[in-house]
Design a protein around this ligand. Structure first.
Ligand SMILES: Cc1cc2nc3c(=O)[nH]c(=O)nc-3n(C[C@H](O)[C@H](O)[C@H](O)COP(=O)(O)OP(=O)(O)OC[C@H]3O[C@@H](n4cnc5c(N)ncnc54)[C@H](O)[C@@H]3O)c2cc1C
Ligand code: SF4
Length: 336
């Protein structure tokens, strides 16, 4: 296979004005099941590992902490699959990445656009062995709220938490957004309380309300997202097991994308039929954000879950909601 992966730094310039856009599904259904959308991150990171490189990305530690780690094996990398809807702790990965780059290893970084831009600024120059995938980002919720939420679920279920899934695609399909918490006593909770807090935008980090990366062009060589609007953009491609929106932003991204061609099914699409709010503008801070945080500091989590997270909504309202098309509800709520 040709070595475009070693494209020189100048190949990144001049910058493209618009990305090339694709709908993508990994050919292996198990990879898609384990991934948030179409599994394109696995295809790209497999390629880097195959070439002796290292992959940096976000894992969930002890169920309540998202952090970036370094992976040299597919087993370590697999922990990066799936969206963790809380801010990731970067620890000391930036200096680790510089050391790997200086030693000549290929490095793939994956994370939010602000993390990717921050890393590039820290590195201070282009490296021919550096590759970057960023995610289209709704905003990141506070990790402290997630921790309190898990404590609340644990107390209610009278058991420690065994494992969690921020968005349980295996049981509910790609389009649905339900978090599942498995308890050590064998019980399981399917809930939308944390999702509701997330999409109310009250628990996003303050920087997210002024995010400068809400554009069709991103800091990554390749940008990945859930392909909302897929049925209009590529009719017949969606099977509700996950389709990735892939934005190829520059020459390095094009080379990387060409390298994974045999691992994926892809259809070129148009940017106009792929738009979602996080590609246009940041969500504004809700008017009652201060009130929320004041309540959060003073009250117990049960109160917060009920007042702001929709806990305890009568089954009848849920029944009524279930009759309205899900896609329409998501659009009205500003969800992804
Ligand atoms: C906080 C957050 C907000 C998101 N907002 C949107 C959105 O507005 N619109 C949309 O279409 N999709 C959004 N996504 C989903 C994102 O598009 C998918 O993660 C992406 O499509 C990857 O899908 P995949 O199937 O290739 O990979 P997967 O294998 O599931 O990829 C996971 C990738 O996400 C990274 N990642 C996971 N959690 C975090 C985190 N907390 N911080 C940084 N990186 C993380 C991993 O490093 C890895 O690269 C969001 C994800 C997160 C984590
Ligand atoms: S919304 Fe913007 S600032 Fe917030 S985490 Fe995402 S990329 Fe970073």
């Amino acid at each position: 296979m040709s070595i475009q992966l070693n494209a020189p730094a100048h190949a990144r310039m001049p910058k493209d004005k618009e990305p090339a856009v694709y709908a993508v599904k990994h050919r292996d259904p198990e990879v898609r099941n384990a991934s948030r959308s179409g599994g394109v991150f696995t295809a790209v990171s497999d390629n880097i590992l195959l070439h002796g490189g290292v992959v940096y990305g976000c894992i969930l530690k002890d169920n309540d902490l998202a952090e970036h780690i370094r992976a040299e094996t597919t087993e370590e990398r697999d922990r990066m699959r799936g969206s963790k809807y809380i801010q990731s702790d970067m620890g000391d990965v930036f200096p680790q990445i510089r050391r790997d780059l200086e030693s000549g290893r290929k490095v793939l970084f994956s994370g939010t656009s602000c993390q990717a831009a921050g890393l590039k600024s820290y590195l201070g120059r282009d490296y021919p062995n550096f590759f970057c995938v960023d995610i289209v980002c709704h905003g990141v919720p506070s990790p402290a709220v997630w921790k309190e939420y898990l404590k609340w679920q644990s107390e209610k279920g009278k058991s420690e938490i065994s494992s969690v899934d921020f968005r349980n695609k295996r049981d509910f399909g790609w389009a649905e957004h339900i978090e599942t918490i498995w308890l050590k006593n064998g019980k399981r909770v399917d809930s939308t309380v944390f999702k509701n807090l997330f999409y109310s935008h009250r628990i996003l980090r303050p920087a997210c309300y002024k995010c400068p990366y809400k554009d069709v062009m991103h800091p990554g060589d390749i940008t990945i997202a859930d392909y909302w609007g897929i049925d209009a953009a590529a009719p017949g491609f969606n099977d509700n097991r996950g389709v990735s929106l892939v934005l190829v932003n520059n020459a390095v991204g094009r080379a990387l994308f060409a390298e994974i061609a045999d691992k994926i099914e892809s259809i070129p699409t148009k940017i106009e039929s792929s738009m979602q709010i996080p590609l246009i503008e940041p969500y504004p801070a809700p008017k009652d954000r201060e009130k929320f945080w004041s309540d959060y500091r003073k009250r117990n989590f049960g109160y917060i879950a009920k007042k702001y997270g929709g806990a305890g909504i009568a089954a009848t309202s849920r029944k009524l909601l279930s009759k309205i098309p899900k896609r329409l509800i998501r659009i009205l709520r500003g969800e992804n």
